[in-house]
Design a protein around this ligand. Structure first.
Ligand code: CA
Length: 504
């Protein structure tokens, strides 16, 4: 009788152990300022829905992203906010920027201009965050790279205050002092010391590029985590490919013969360095035997900042219009690739292989819900979440839960200023609260309304606002409802709070 009891008990304990082993590891591979077209993976579909290469796909070299994409699903219509901190807060909270109120990039030293109550202090330990929720479900949580969650002197500048067990090189700012180990990543260069990357001292005065140093340390942290026999969440957040555009010497030879300007070549080497990091991590997971149980989500945090031409035209994100910081698609469309580190029979659930998902949109606020769904983790009941799980789309099916709208609310001055853009189905409205522009004054007034049909005009060339006023007003109505539902902060001028106005 005793023996039967112990056998039952040991089977029960074995089951418990197995179930914890089967929780997937998660790597969120977040690339700073990488737009949709900054890869050799074709991310856009032609009219038949098949992948189509464009010139930038032939310029960038990302074999490991190709390796990841072949095993999984990629999205052609994945939206981020137009600058980084709003996206980063959305990933951490699952909320749209209008709701969490980190609507502008965080200035490390001071309050960036904007509505009085915008959350310029960033995230705090009181906020519900993705790593803190995962930690409560038994995950070991690792942060590596660029944090930029809060200004200097605020608790959120330290990722370990936001739910991470480990912090590798993360701090208050987003642009590194230097990518070069010889410079100590800014620590050994008096001119760049203000943005000196913390930690990583062992690589100072060596020829280890910053992206490589972060990757080496992340691999070690993954190894230590596996020794703990806990599933891990690695928030792998490269400083690259943000400016300064310094060439990664390992890849310069691949771009030497090009006639493109030097900063564009340097940007391409930064992209290739990130790609190597992805491949090294995938190889490491294979060496450790956990590749089939590790889900990788690769995503950019805003549109491309590639130094390739005019900000509002067809250059950095071509054929999309605009770049980082603008209200056009090139400002907020980013790559999203989701795959197991290796597709195989031991995957906890199936992800469609080599699949370009172009029918529905996805957004950065969906990452929170997707990771919680993949790890069978509950979000705290009282925490409002705007995103949804994308797992149905990852299986290759349509997703009834995914709404067909996305709103980017930006009540600040930047490359595009004081605007709300609203995508709904095939339509996109850009509404400008002030037509004079922001700090960069426009010579001529900018259009107050821009309306595009993205199915017929995916590159935003034909503004239909004046010829389809009823559609503009329908979109204004829906956008205003969402602004109100998310308790958005509006721009305040001497005339009071500016609400979106109908077109006459
Ligand atoms: Ca960014």
């Amino acid at each position: 009788m005793k023996r039967v009891f112990f056998l039952c008990l040991s089977s029960f304990l074995l089951c418990l152990n197995l179930s914890s082993e089967q929780k997937p590891n998660i790597i969120l591979f977040l690339v700073d300022d990488m737009g949709l077209m900054d890869t050799s993976v074709p991310m856009l579909a032609n009219e038949e829905g098949n992948p189509q290469k464009h010139s930038l796909n032939n310029w960038y070299r990302t074999p490991n992203m190709e390796r990841l994409a072949k095993q999984g699903v990629r999205f052609s219509q994945f939206y981020a906010q137009s600058v980084c901190s709003p996206t980063r807060a959305s990933i951490m909270t699952g909320q749209n920027a209008a709701r969490h109120r980190v609507t502008q990039f965080i200035s490390p030293e001071s309050k960036n201009a904007g509505p009085k109550d915008w959350k310029w202090e960033g995230l705090t330990s009181k906020d519900v965050t993705l790593p803190s929720v995962l930690r409560s479900n038994g995950y070991h949580t690792i942060f590596a790279g660029k944090a930029h969650f809060a200004p200097i002197g605020h608790e959120g500048e330290d990722p370990t205050k936001l739910g991470f067990d480990i912090n590798i090189a993360g701090c208050s700012f987003g642009a590194p002092g230097s990518y070069f180990g010889e410079d100590g990543y800014g620590n050994l260069n008096p001119k760049r010391k203000k943005r000196a990357v913390p930690g990583l001292e062992k690589y100072h005065k060596t020829d280890t590029f910053l992206s490589e140093a972060i990757t080496l340390e992340a691999k070690k942290a993954v190894t230590r985590s596996l020794q703990k026999e806990k599933p891990f969440f690695l928030y792998m957040s490269h400083y690259a490919v943000h400016s300064p555009f310094q060439s990664d010497p390992r890849f310069i030879k691949n771009y030497e013969t090009s006639k493109k300007p030097s900063p564009a070549k340097a940007f391409a080497t930064l992209i290739e360095g990130i790609d190597k990091s992805l491949g090294d991590l995938m190889d490491h997971l294979e060496d450790k035997g956990v590749d089939e149980n590790t889900l990788i989500l690769l995503v950019g945090d805003n549109g491309s900042d590639g130094p390739l031409g005019d900000t509002y035209g067809y250059f950095s994100s071509a054929p999309l219009r605009g770049k980082k910081g603008t209200c056009y698609e090139g400002g907020m469309r980013v790559p999203f690739i989701a795959s197991w580190a290796r597709a195989g029979n031991a995957n906890p659930f199936k992800i469609a292989r080599n699949h370009l998902h172009h029918e529905q949109i996805g957004t950065v606020m969906d990452i929170y819900s997707t990771i919680l769904d993949a790890t069978n983790t509950s979000s705290p009941a009282k925490h409002p979440v705007d995103g949804v799980s994308l797992l149905p789309q990852l299986s290759g099916k349509s997703n009834k839960e995914r709404p067909d709208h996305f709103m980017c609310h930006f009540p600040h001055s930047h490359r595009s200023s004081y605007f709300t853009s609203y995508r709904k189905g095939d339509w996109k409205l850009i509404y400008r609260y002030l037509t004079s522009g922001g700090k960069r004054k426009s010579k001529d007034p900018l259009p107050k309304y821009e309306l595009f049909n993205l199915a017929r005009d995916p590159f935003e060339a034909n503004n239909l606002a004046l010829s389809n006023r009823s559609k503009v007003n329908e979109m204004i109505h829906l956008m205003s409802e969402q602004l109100e539902a998310e308790n958005a902060l509006l721009l305040v001028t001497n005339d009071g709070e500016l609400k979106p106005q109908r077109i006459q």
